[in-house]
Design a protein around this ligand. Structure first.
Ligand code: CS2
Length: 495
């Protein structure tokens, strides 16, 4: 079978054709982190914005580490299909906005040069929580991280923040043209968090003062809330696209139909007309972000850990057992929704209902292990903010506690409840494992893990009521397994 590329594009069936002709689109965006999420989310919005309102907003995608995606899209002239799996079946469409690609470790200077090029007006990022090398509890750059230290010392940059700062530095000394840097990761106040991490890096540079001054006037860091469930692509997805297109596509991405993007409108050098693609441009994204991180991602993490412990492969299968779905719904409505002021006109009960429906969608094979990865980087914004705010209001957020206990059990146990090895995929894995592997008492595990300041800060370990609640849940998860424990907890709480 022939492969998707510019030369075979005319063979793509009409219903799967791109919205725009990729030939002749100029590049206006550098994107750091060319994973599936970016290609299914910001790239989709950007293509639609260009189709409706024009503009040279092609994307130069940068892989910060692995050449895998570039190896797949390069031979396809940047084209790839988005396979949307909804309740009424699947639909594939070829997307075109990717007009350049780089693998950072192969040529860091090319990335720096691209960021400094004045035709680039926006840098976007999806490098996952851990990609910022920050301390999740404080949001500050880990200044003692050896990779950060080496980048600051002046080698060709290898960290994401290093690439970005060196690109901005060169931009300042060449054109000095203003630019927006848009973080699209699930971090709290993601724009402000990235600005802080960048500032911390610049402060470490011996000659950073001028750059800091220039950044104040010429670089914006808007925050945004991104949402689309994008499971990792499988061989089955690629086969399905081949059947729909009549062409092989090695760079397929899969997503649910739903997509949402709420963006703070601070783009000193212009931006695509994303509003024409349904994005919401606002002056302050904070309440949207809290709703999304604490409700969607918080409940996702609850399902990820408890489902993975129970030996369940996907979020949708976990949702098919009622007690897990009830626990996820309760986390959203009884804990998270009470912990923040909702965005104007967002009905949080309806939002929670919609989220449960999206999680349960049987076509989406979102693996529990994918959500259960990198807990040390995800817990603070997904669950600990809810816990802090509810504790400050004198309440004990029962379901957020259960979710954190689920994470603790995942860290503690060497095997799942069905006897398979549990995989701790986390940048802090060895430290966390060393803390609890030889411990056999739940209270001790809770105390040790709550004492990890980078995740839990300094305050939570001293909360006796919280500790007791975590200990009870952790002991139950250990004794009965996640499935029976959650079933019993849901039944008790319904009484
Ligand atoms: C998920 C998110 O993998 C995870 O941790 O919770 O990637 C989630 O699917 C997205 O944030 C949805 O927008």
């Amino acid at each position: 079978m022939k492969r998707l590329s510019l030369s075979t594009l005319s063979e793509v069936p009409h219903t799967s054709r791109p919205r725009i002709d990729p030939r002749g689109i100029g590049v206006g965006i550098v994107h750091l982190g060319l994973g599936a999420f970016h290609r299914a989310h910001q790239a989709d919005f950007t293509e639609e914005a260009m189709a409706r309102a024009g503009g040279d907003w092609g994307i130069c995608g940068v892989s910060p580490r692995s050449p895998r995606v570039v190896d797949a899209v390069g031979p396809q002239d940047g084209l790839y299909s988005l396979l949307v799996r909804g309740p009424d079946g699947s639909r594939a469409r070829v997307l075109t906005p990717l007009r350049g690609w780089l693998v950072a470790p192969n040529d860091p200077d090319a990335v720096v040069a691209r960021i400094s090029d004045p035709t680039i007006r926006i840098v976007t990022l999806t490098v996952s929580e851990k990609g910022y090398r920050h301390d999740p509890a404080t949001g500050r750059l880990r200044r003692d991280d050896p990779e950060v230290v080496a980048d600051v010392a002046g080698r060709p940059p290898r960290t994401v923040v290093g690439l970005l700062v060196r690109g901005l530095q060169r931009r300042m000394t060449t054109s000095g043209a203003p630019i927006a840097v848009l973080c699209c990761d699930n971090l709290p106040h993601n724009g402000a968090t990235l600005a802080t991490v960048v500032d911390d890096f610049v402060e470490m540079l011996p000659d950073g003062d001028e750059l800091r001054e220039w950044m104040k006037s010429s670089v914006s860091f808007p925050s945004c809330m991104v949402d689309r469930i994008v499971p990792a692509t499988t061989a089955r997805d690629r086969d399905e696209v081949a059947a729909l297109l009549g062409l092989r596509d090695e760079a397929v991405v899969v997503a649910e139909p739903f997509r949402q993007w709420v963006i703070e409108d601070e783009f000193p050098a212009g931006r695509p007309a994303w509003e024409h693609a349904g994005a919401l441009l606002v002056s302050d994204v904070r309440s949207y972000e809290l709703a999304k991180l604490r409700m969607l991602n918080g409940a996702h993490s609850l399902l990820g850990y408890l489902g993975a412990l129970a030996g369940i492969d996907t979020i949708a299968e976990t949702m098919s057992r009622d007690h897990f779905a009830v626990a996820a719904g309760n986390l959203m409505t009884q804990d998270a929704a009470k912990s923040f002021e909702p965005p104007p006109s967002l009905d949080l009960a309806a939002y929670a209902e919609d989220l449960l429906e999206r999680f349960a969608s049987p076509g989406l094979h979102y693996r529990t292990l994918q959500v259960a990865s990198d807990g040390s980087q995800k817990l603070p914004q997904r669950l600990l903010g809810t816990i802090r705010d509810r504790r400050a209001a004198g309440a004990l957020p029962r379901w957020a506690v259960l979710a954190v206990a689920g994470w603790m059990r995942w860290v503690w146990t060497p095997v799942t409840d069905v006897g398979t090895p549990r995989v701790l995929d986390d940048p802090m894995a060895s430290r966390l494992e060393a803390l609890v592997s030889a411990v056999d008492d739940a209270a001790d595990v809770v105390a040790r893990l709550l004492g990890v300041r980078e995740i839990f800060g300094d305050d939570l370990v001293g909360d006796a009521l919280l500790r007791a609640a975590l200990r009870d849940d952790l002991a139950r998860l250990a004794a009965d397994g996640a499935d029976a424990a959650v079933r019993a907890i849901v039944a008790e709480m319904a009484r």
